[in-house]
Design a protein around this ligand. Structure first.
Ligand SMILES: Cc1cc2nc3c(=O)[nH]c(=O)nc-3n(C[C@H](O)[C@H](O)[C@H](O)COP(=O)(O)OP(=O)(O)OC[C@H]3O[C@@H](n4cnc5c(N)ncnc54)[C@H](O)[C@@H]3O)c2cc1C
Length: 475
């Protein structure tokens, strides 16, 4: 069981400083503390969660999420972290995924009871009339090819764009716009044709093709920050900004806080974003540690989130993937359907658009989708544009992502956690949690004798079900 205590004779408890209380830092801290390490978690903001956190809206006084965050059934590590935090019941799962065309016509994706993967979504896809019969046949052909690739086959396609792969598979343009785009642009925060085939195919394999529980949509039923309100971690210091990392003879030994206070520990886990990490580690030291060679070439991509309050109910569905923009997803945020949240991923074109113009466009789109919204008035709208939302998962990106632990000759005692580190996942909550667990494992590995078994925090992927496992090669 992940989280087992290390035996009495092992060299822990020792101490670790975790800098950054986003999901990566939180996962690292919770994992290390679970095996008896003395952890101090330092977070600059007044609450945990980082990009997957919440803030107080100045006008309404409401606690709003930075942006709606969605998880899937295949996010095994995030779901494990929620269990460790005791908040499993605060996430609601939708087993029917709704798609809407621009006129509001609804098409659903659901799993047929009793059918195993990859057949479980077959009946829903067969009646998914948003696509022509020819488009559905093309999709079946491509998804079968994805199953046959298995996990090892998709890894080998890391350097190829998904646009090239779709072309090889003869996938028609309208199918890309009506199906691949709504699924992938939000999952990967990048244009469908530009992403690495590895990550695009991973979304389909892990969420839709390998296991019948992979696709279910998890929506937190409370503000995100509430999920992290009581972490099983004794020393959490909020409002505590780290100014610099202290190095001594090529090792990381501590940090200096904004107050000037210095803290020391046996291991330093940097779980802030990579821009901060590059500021903290001097160039001369970065040159000796291969982890830092590619980080500055990662490209950040923005996401726009729109919080919308209407004067009357406008939406009854809990969520909807929109087949045409500008908003790509809509979520109902209250029981009555007056409060909505809309999201645009890969939102480069929206960064400089005046907020009122955004709100006008979104209101018009919503009125076109829902007849009950036609007479509604937008009372209040808050636009949040996160310019550095996630890195772009383009072909070749894996070579830029650093491992969590130091390579031989690298900076000893310095560990990295964050969605941008090497996890085999795109920048998501799941990727962040994986990075935190991997960093915790790397810390313990560096302390334990080579022969001693290291605790494993990383949860396995959902297993391939029969008959998907017959088609896919063994990894
Ligand atoms: C708008 C938006 C929508 C998203 N939607 C989804 C989604 O639906 N599903 C999904 O799975 N993922 C989504 N993501 C991605 C997901 O939020 C991130 O991948 C994940 O939260 C990253 O976690 P992290 O811990 O790596 O980094 P962060 O969350 O950035 O955590 C870093 C932490 O370090 C702290 N910090 C920085 N500097 C200092 C300092 N000097 N001292 C102390 N602390 C410091 C920061 O305050 C922050 O809390 C979305 C991201 C954004 C921005």
């Amino acid at each position: 069981m992940p989280g087992d205590k290390i035996s009495e004779k092992s060299p822990v408890p020792r101490s670790a400083l975790v800098v950054g209380g986003g999901l990566a830092g939180l996962a690292a801290a919770v994992a290390l503390e679970s095996v008896g390490v003395r952890v101090t978690l330092l977070e600059a903001r007044r609450s945990l969660g980082g990009r997957a956190g919440s803030f107080e809206d100045a006008k309404s006084g409401e606690i709003l999420d930075n942006c709606q965050h969605v998880l899937l059934g295949c996010c095994t590590n995030l779901i494990n972290l929620y269990a460790r935090l005791g908040v499993t019941k605060k996430v609601r799962y939708a087993s029917t995924v709704h798609f809407l065309d621009p006129r509001g016509q609804r098409f659903d994706l659901w799993a047929t009871p009793g059918l195993p993967a990859p057949l479980h979504l077959g009946p829903a896809m067969a009646s998914f009339s948003a696509l022509t019969l020819a488009q559905r046949a093309s999709l079946v052909q491509a998804t079968l090819a994805m199953v046959r690739l298995g996990r090892s086959g998709r890894a080998a396609l890391e350097g190829q764009s998904f646009g090239q792969w779709l072309q090889q598979m003869d996938q028609p343009g309208p199918l890309v716009q009506r199906f691949y785009d709504p699924v992938l642009v939000s999952a990967l925060n990048e244009q469908t044709l530009a992403v690495s085939s590895k990550y695009a195919i991973q979304v389909f394999q892990d969420a839709m093709l390998f296991n019948r529980t992979g696709y279910v949509l998890g929506l937190p039923a409370c503000p995100l920050a509430e999920l992290y309100a009581r972490p099983p971690c004794q020393d959490v210091r909020l409002g505590t900004r780290v100014e610099e990392v202290i190095f001594d003879a090529g090792r990381a030994v501590g940090v200096t806080l904004h107050t000037g206070q210095k803290l020391a520990a046996d291991a330093i886990v940097l779980a802030a974003n990579y821009h901060a990490v590059l500021r903290w580690v001097p160039e001369a030291m970065r040159r000796c540690d291969a982890r830092f060679a590619g980080i500055s070439r990662l490209e950040s991509v923005p996401i726009l989130g729109a919080h919308l309050w209407f004067d009357q109910p406008v939406m009854t569905l809990s969520h909807a993937a929109l087949m045409e923009g500008p908003l790509q997803w809509l979520f109902r945020k209250d029981d009555s359907g007056r409060v909505l949240h809309g999201v645009i991923s890969a939102a480069r074109d929206w960064v400089n658009v005046p907020h009122q113009r955004c709100l006008d466009r979104f209101t018009a789109q919503i009125k076109g989708l829902f007849p009950q919204a036609v007479g509604a008035r937008l009372l209040h709208g808050v636009i949040v544009i996160e310019k550095r939302a996630t890195f772009s998962p383009r072909p070749g990106v894996d070579a830029l992502r650093p491992m969590q632990g130091p390579p031989s000759g690298g900076i000893a005692n310095l560990f990295l956690a964050g969605d941008y580190t090497s996890t085999d996942w795109p920048a998501t909550m799941e990727g962040a949690v994986r990075s935190g667990y991997l960093a915790a494992q790397a810390v313990l590995r560096s302390w334990l004798p080579a022969k001693k078994q290291c605790p494993q925090f990383l949860m396995p992927d959902l297993p391939l079900e029969y008959p998907a496992d017959l088609l896919a090669p063994r990894a």
